[in-house]
Design a protein around this ligand. Structure first.
Ligand SMILES: Cc1cc2nc3c(=O)[nH]c(=O)nc-3n(C[C@H](O)[C@H](O)[C@H](O)COP(=O)(O)OP(=O)(O)OC[C@H]3O[C@@H](n4cnc5c(N)ncnc54)[C@H](O)[C@@H]3O)c2cc1C
Length: 457
């Protein structure tokens, strides 16, 4: 065997699995194969001046490379079982929290020193939400910030590369069972054998993950897709929430359809950014820990989950089609003033220029009602009015809405309580398993899978 364990993907799931192996009492021979570049070579060509929109690089530096999709993220590590994934269904609630705390400790001691751990256990804000039909979820949130998150990744890599073999720009194409046990992992120009394999290819690897499941007969079930918009408004409007909680996860049940709309990824004083998933440009956001990089705005997403029943199975395809529609109309992300949306007219360059909120992303002014399905858009508008009661100003005409924000979820791979598939020694972790959807849950799943394997190997 070339290796005891091969990890596919160097996102948080892969990194923390590698971390656990690297710190084992009895060291194992471990390799990480990653299709993207090392952290210091990851560069998105969009500079906002010469290159304003996505040019479709062969591998997207935002989504791929050491650090995975989270490398340039806001670095918000949520310690909770209430959102971010359902790891607890496999490992138990207490263990899931312990694993997330373990990851948090490693982050804090590797560059995240001095960062704040927020808690939503604030009864006054909770009460204010409840009296307005809104529900605040409980969580602890470590905000590393994009800058410190990068430093943590640099430090983890410096330590890991001494003990684990990293192969970058190595896209794994197939995984086959070896006769007599173990696996052969194929990539362009070669292959390697291993006793056990951990797949952690994230959302960007979801299509490839599907092909692995079908070739190895690993059962899967179709999952959900979240569709919505990113809201951007003056930071003062949400400051009474963000100063105390940093991120507030608020859920609202719409009166019209009884759909759930929720806030997601709140970035006080942050920026709105493009996200490219397999060539489809959607919107996201992040913020920096460094006050010098703060903007005057806060942004967050409002999302509605869409679950499908048979015979339709392609929930991601549905989300992609909506995102494609916005890309077709706007050449990328569309931005619209809330006032224009409710008056049934498109936003124009002039209306955006005259707005009191200055957009942090150069998006195309347009009409989001041409893109977002009515039921979803109605729910989002209802929630904006509900949020206006706890954060007056949310429903101002100048509040900016960017679309579309889509959270693609991988189909759920059938894995047991060890995160192992029906193929012995083949583990599927992180977002590509469909079980996690966040930095903390993905990282925790990596630690857990490595611990399970260490006992065995
Ligand atoms: C802009 C942005 C901001 C975000 N902000 C937050 C946040 O603040 N908090 C939070 O909790 N979550 C956030 N997320 C989500 C978070 O980044 C993910 O949940 C997390 O990164 C999942 O980790 P992972 O290891 O499962 O997958 P990923 O991080 O996606 O890593 C998978 C890796 O596998 C590689 N790969 C894919 N296919 C192959 C292949 N065939 N061969 C080899 N390698 C392959 C990819 O290149 C990638 O590097 C954000 C995401 C984005 C895009």
């Amino acid at each position: 065997m070339d290796y005891d364990v091969i990890i596919v993907g160097a996102g948080p799931g892969g990194i923390f699995a590698a971390w656990e192996f690297a710190h084992a009492e009895k060291p194992l021979k471990v390799a990480v194969l990653e299709l993207g570049k090392p952290l210091d070579q990851r560069r998105c060509p969009i500079d906002g001046k010469k290159i304003k929109s996505c040019v479709g690089c062969k591998t997207c530096s935002i989504m791929s490379g050491f650090g995975g999709a989270g490398a340039f993220s806001d670095g918000k590590y949520n310690i909770t079982n209430q959102f971010g994934g359902t790891l607890y269904e496999h490992v138990g609630k207490q263990q899931a929290i312990e694993l997330m705390k373990y990851v948090d400790e490693i982050n804090v001691t590797h560059g995240g020193e001095g960062t704040k751990l927020y808690s939503t256990a604030n009864s006054e804000i909770k009460r204010m939400c409840l009296t307005n039909g809104l529900h605040l979820l409980d969580a602890q949130v470590r905000h590393l910030g994009t800058d410190k998150n990068y430093v943590v990744l640099e430090n983890l890599y410096a330590e890991l590369k001494e003990k684990v073999d990293f192969r970058f720009e190595t896209a794994v194409t197939a995984i086959e069972k070896r006769e007599g046990g173990g696996y052969r992992v194929f990539f362009e120009g070669g292959s390697l054998s291993c006793r056990a394999c951990i797949i952690s290819v994230g959302r960007s690897g979801s299509k490839w993950m599907e092909s692995v499941c079908s070739s190895l007969n690993i059962p899967t079930k179709s999952n959900r897709v979240d569709i919505g918009l990113r809201v951007e408004l003056p930071a003062e409007i949400f400051s009474h929430l963000t100063d105390q909680l940093y991120e507030s996860k608020i859920v609202y049940r719409t009166k019209t359809y009884e759909d759930m709309v929720r806030t997601f990824c709140m970035n006080p004083h942050g920026v709105v950014v493009n996200e490219n998933t397999n060539g489809i440009v959607t919107v996201n956001g992040h913020s920096y820990e460094d006050p010098a990089k703060h903007t005057a705005n806060t942004n967050f997403a409002l999302l509605v989950s869409k679950h499908f029943s048979l015979p339709f199975k392609d929930s991601n395809g549905y989300g992609e089609s909506i995102a494609r529609l916005s890309n077709m109309l706007g050449g990328g992300v569309i931005v619209q003033r809330f006032g224009d949306l409710v008056r049934g007219r498109r936003s124009t360059e002039q209306r955006i220029a005259e707005s009191f909120v200055t957009p942090t992303l150069a998006a195309t002014p347009g009409d989001l009602s041409l893109v977002i399905p009515k039921r979803i858009l109605d729910g989002i508008i209802e929630m904006i009015y509900a949020l206006d009661k706890i954060a007056p100003g949310t429903a101002n005409d100048d509040t900016l809405l960017y679309g579309v924000e889509v959270k693609f979820y991988n189909m759920e791979v059938e894995i047991d309580e060890r995160l192992e598939t029906c193929c012995p020694g083949l583990f599927v972790i992180g977002d590509c398993s469909g079980v996690t959807h966040s930095l903390s849950h993905a990282s925790a799943s990596g630690v857990f899978a490595a611990r399970c394997l260490m006992g065995e190997l």
